[in-house]
Design a protein around this ligand. Structure first.
Ligand SMILES: Cc1ncc(COP(=O)(O)O)c(C=O)c1O
Length: 435
């Protein structure tokens, strides 16, 4: 007998495409509505607890409901939530970003990583007067053209041809986004040389998803772009304030011309930042309107005092001595534990990531770029992710990428590893049993 009260899943599917806010594709028995979070734990509306590993796609680096962020937000919310104008927290935050991030001479705020990368690419085009931008295959830079061309390509065309992962992009998207293989400096430089007169620059996730740059790769991009008069944009939406306080540019010792920030900086509140060289950033000055290189950059809620107060509180916590040692120790514990479990279970897999980031690619090949990861066992990945979810690990069943936070404890990591061990044993049994 069917109940007359619709389930949360039925209600979600009625109003949200796919029943989710995006990216979660869960079977009916696992669909939950979250009610609250504290530290690294989230509870669903039925009171079941899960240990959270996406942590708001990495936007909650201090942990859910962190007292310092709550206090800052409460204080600011009582003073007004938005003026679309300079406020003390916005100013304080901009000054701190300029102190912390090597390339940041000036900053402008928006409300998301997607906006930040869109503006950074626009700035690069305006500054150089050239229309094209080079990205690396499989990189995500937000829901815009540069993020979605060749995000998950299937046809694996010859470089630098891109393949849209989304319909509805502008007619120029494929032509304007050139695609290169990450970690392949020789091919990238050949593309730059062939297209330098139409290229504005390169946008790169310095840590490409969870694939580390090979020694010399980022330095090589820096040298080649400087030599050819192209701009280098680091998309630090993920790496900013996460791999080091000064982001990937501090961690890898390479200074780009522009960087984008978001996610962790806002402590879970909406934020996006473009930071970079003063001569490039100044193209957005409103008194330049009418100048052919003037760039329109505006946001009603970008830099709002609640988000920037949350960000100031986040950065103050991140400046506490020992923060990054702790984040890196947690990541190492998770990655090495997972490697041991996968090896004991005789499952061919590569555990990737650095600092508080980790991902598993089910392949026996070394993963250095999108194509080496593409040839992986995705069916096994989904069985692994759903098995973890069933064992109380909250995650995105479409991605093995995990974001650790300062709120995760060693016990949380052990809980994850126990769930991974049990899941892989179950998957192994299912594979061995005759159909
Ligand atoms: C590297 C990178 N850039 C940009 C974005 C887009 O950020 P947002 O979701 O805030 O628009 C993401 C989101 O996952 C990202 O991982």
């Amino acid at each position: 007998m069917s109940s007359s009260v619709p389930s949360a899943r039925e209600r979600s599917r009625a109003v949200f495409p796919g029943g989710s806010l995006g990216e979660y594709d869960l079977p009916a028995d696992l669909a939950v509505v979250l009610a609250r979070g504290e530290g690294a734990t989230v509870w669903d509306s039925a009171g079941r607890a899960f240990t959270d590993f996406p942590m708001g796609w990495g936007s909650v680096l201090l942990g859910h409901a962190h007292p310092a962020i709550m206090a800052a937000v409460r204080r600011q919310a009582g003073l007004g939530s938005n003026f679309a104008y300079v406020t003390a927290p916005a100013l304080e935050l901009a000054e701190e970003i300029v102190r912390a991030v090597a390339c940041a001479e000036r900053v402008r705020f928006c409300a998301s990583g997607t906006e930040a990368t869109s503006y950074a690419v626009r700035l690069a085009r305006a500054y150089t007067g050239r229309p094209k931008i080079l990205k690396f295959e499989g990189a995500y830079h937000g829901a815009n053209e540069v993020g979605t061309v060749s995000l998950f390509p299937r046809r694996l065309l010859d470089f630098p041809l891109g393949e849209p992962t989304s319909a509805g992009l502008g007619p120029g998207a494929e032509a304007e986004v050139l695609v290169a293989p990450y970690n392949d400096l020789r091919t990238t430089i050949a593309i730059l040389e062939a297209h330098r007169h139409e290229l504005a620059g390169i946008i790169v996730e310095p840590l490409h998803r969870c694939t580390s740059p090979q020694p010399g790769f980022l330095q090589g991009l820096r040298e080649a772009t400087a030599e050819m008069d192209l701009l280098l944009i680091f998309d630090e939406t993920v790496t900013g304030f996460r791999l080091a306080y000064g982001g990937a540019q501090e961690y890898y010792g390479v200074r780009p011309d522009l960087a984008t920030l978001g996610k962790a900086l806002g402590g879970g509140y909406p934020i996006g930042v473009v930071a970079g060289r003063g001569d490039i950033m100044d193209l957005v000055r409103e008194d330049r309107m009418g100048d052919p290189r003037y760039v329109w950059f505006a946001s009603s809620i970008g830099g709002n005092p609640v988000s920037t107060a949350a960000a100031c509180a986040t950065l103050a916590e991140l400046r506490t001595p020992g923060t990054y040692a702790r984040l890196f120790a947690l990541g190492e514990r998770l990655r090495s534990g997972l490697r041991a479990i996968l090896s004991n279970a005789a499952v061919a897999a590569q555990v990737q990531g650095d600092g508080p980031l980790a991902a598993v690619v089910f392949t026996d090949r070394e993963v250095v770029d999108y194509r080496t990861a593409h040839a992986s066992n995705r069916e096994l990945a989904r069985a692994y992710l759903l098995g973890l979810f069933r064992r109380g690990i909250f995650l995105n069943p479409m991605s093995t990428k995990l974001y650790l936070s300062l709120a995760h404890t060693d016990a949380d990591i052990e809980r994850f590893l126990d769930a991974a061990r049990a899941t892989l044993a179950e998957v192994g049994r299912a594979r061995r049993s005759p159909a």
